[in-house]
Write a protein that binds this ligand. Structure first.
Ligand SMILES: [Zn+2]
Length: 156
């Protein structure tokens, strides 16, 4: 399994967690109209991205974690720039600068965070399978068989 096949790459590239091929979102860019629209299923293996109603509420926790990480990153960046003599930053004197930079970065990255948190959330629960197409095909067949059995029972 190379880097391109890794869970991490698929998470960041926002591809299907099952086959790492199809796209989770309808647009490739987070800054295009309809950036929040997800494909209902994978165009490659047919994996259901909708899962169940309210499935993506949990993505809010991921989003929260990412936001905290972002604030830490902004802080580290400012301290580093200060150490390198590029800017002058001290947390207690320049709290406003910290807030302005932090909020700006957050606003700019909001669409990316939204998509990334959903991608990370579904990747936590769906396992990669090299035989994803056949696997999902089998699942569908099993589901149809179950449905057929039920209609058979209803008839008898
Ligand atoms: Zn797929």
């Amino acid at each position: 399994m190379g880097f391109k096949n890794s869970k991490f790459y698929s998470m960041v590239a926002m591809t299907c967690p099952r086959c790492h091929e199809g796209d989770l979102f309808k647009t490739k860019s987070a800054y295009k109209k309809g950036m929040a629209d997800m494909n209902p299923r994978c165009t490659h293996c047919g994996e259901d991205f909708g899962r169940e109603p309210g499935y993506y509420y949990g993505a809010a926790y991921v989003s929260y974690g990412l936001t905290v990480a972002l604030w830490v990153a902004v802080f580290v960046a400012l301290v580093t720039f200060d150490a390198l003599g590029i800017i002058s930053f001290s947390f207690f004197d320049d709290a406003v600068l910290f807030l302005v930079v932090g909020i700006s970065v957050l606003l700019i990255l909001m669409p990316v965070l939204y998509r990334l948190s959903r991608s990370m959330w579904i990747h936590m629960f769906v396992k990669y399978r090299a035989d994803a197409v056949a696997f999902n095909d089998g699942k569908r067949r099993a589901r149809e068989e179950r449905r057929n059995e039920k209609t058979q029972e209803a008839i008898h």
